[in-house]
Design a protein around this ligand. Structure first.
Ligand SMILES: Cc1cc2nc3c(=O)[nH]c(=O)nc-3n(C[C@H](O)[C@H](O)[C@H](O)COP(=O)(O)OP(=O)(O)OC[C@H]3O[C@@H](n4cnc5c(N)ncnc54)[C@H](O)[C@@H]3O)c2cc1C
Length: 332
């Protein structure tokens, strides 16, 4: 990753307080890692904190009973120079591969799993997972992050990349104008089911999409395995459309598994056969349906805290990445 062209001006002398960083980043999703990566390249001390078990946020992979499911973002595409350049470096490192998703469309996927992309971006970063920030407050001249046990770190600057609703809550007291910005974004939910099968007879070899029927994307994970090693077991990840997920938001997970399995079978015309393991995951904030307007504030009036996340740009990984880099450049 190339160093940023114009290093942000904030910096600190060596501090007596070991928990004081140049930059604190909330969220180890793509936006947070993009911001933290620029800070790292500028030689800043940076700590990334996330409540999840593993890094990557919605670029996520789950392993269960010997099956592998990419149950968040299924692939990435890149238009802008910075993201194109990141993916090129990830490809050279073996963390990204092409995926011929249909006759005329090639996209890019993490290799061997989607989480390998954020893992690549995290190289050299100090990241603390399984730590939920419940309060953000001024701590002297600095910004303090608090978990349930109290203050855990302070930063000269901070970037917050939680989904909009969570960002709004965290910033309501300290920077209400940024909380107001967060209130302008909206998302669709996404029910995702993960099926581990006895064999691959009912799977076919291509992803399946039919929004009207309720499926945004169904991916036989072995379709990726044909191009990659290590994903051999017959696993199927089905992501419902936004409309279907909204309509079935409060459904019991078992009903969701049965309903989406049936839709898949009806569309593919093949029975799935014996299901060995079945899990449903409900993403409440899955895909951005309305990003905040360009003129809404994204930086606190004192220049110390910036917000980032796909909800500031649009529904794709690249927009999360761009927002993270932009937030870093916005800091004063
Ligand atoms: C099912 C699904 C399918 C998708 N498919 C695609 C696709 O094919 N292509 C594509 O480009 N995009 C896709 N997307 C969208 C893409 O995944 C997102 O746009 C992108 O990953 C968002 O990154 P982010 O960093 O903005 O947010 P996130 O990835 O949500 O990261 C935010 C992080 O903040 C952490 N956090 C939140 N609150 C706290 C707190 N209080 N304390 C500590 N940590 C906290 C969370 O744990 C999370 O890790 C899909 C998304 C979903 C859910």
């Amino acid at each position: 990753m190339a160093s940023s062209q114009n290093p942000a001006s904030f910096s600190t002398e060596a501090s007596a307080d070991p928990a004081l960083f140049d930059l604190l980043v909330l969220g180890s999703g793509i936006a947070g890692l993009a911001a933290a990566g620029l800070a790292r390249n500028d030689g800043k001390s940076v700590l990334v904190i996330d409540k999840g078990r593993r890094l990557g946020g919605r670029v996520s992979t789950r392993r269960q009973d010997g099956f592998v499911f990419n149950h968040g973002a299924q692939f990435v595409t890149a238009k802008g120079t910075e993201f194109v350049s990141l993916l090129a470096m990830a490809k050279t490192a073996g963390s990204i591969k092409d995926w011929q998703v249909s006759d005329n469309k090639i996209v890019q996927i993490g290799a061997p799993t989607m989480r390998d992309l954020p893992q690549f971006m995290a190289t050299g970063l100090m990241i603390r997972q399984q730590t939920e920030i419940i309060q953000i407050a001024h701590h002297g001249e600095h910004i303090g992050f608090f978990d349930k046990d109290g203050l855990i770190a302070t930063g000269h600057r901070a970037i917050i990349t939680a989904p909009a609703a969570q960002t709004g809550k965290l910033l309501a007291n300290i920077y209400p104008d940024l909380a107001t910005t967060a209130g302008l974004a909206s998302y669709d939910p996404c029910w995702t089911i993960m099926l581990g099968l006895d064999d691959d007879n009912g799977l076919g070899t291509a992803p399946l999409r039919d929004e009207a029927a309720g499926i945004a994307l169904g991916v036989p994970e072995m379709t990726r395995a044909h191009q990659q090693s290590g994903l051999g077991a017959p696993a199927l990840t089905i992501q419902a459309s936004g409309a279907w997920s909204q309509q079935h938001l409060q459904d019991d997970p078992q009903m969701v598994i049965e309903s989406l399995s049936k839709i898949w079978q009806d569309l593919s015309g093949k029975p799935l056969g014996k299901i060995i393991t079945a899990t449903a995951h409900r993403w409440l904030y899955a895909k951005v349906t309305s990003a905040v307007p360009d003129n809404a504030p994204r930086l606190s009036s004192d220049g110390k805290l910036a917000i980032a996340g796909d909800w500031l740009g649009g529904p794709r990984v690249e927009q999360a990445f761009d927002s993270g880099q932009q937030a870093y450049h916005n800091l004063r």
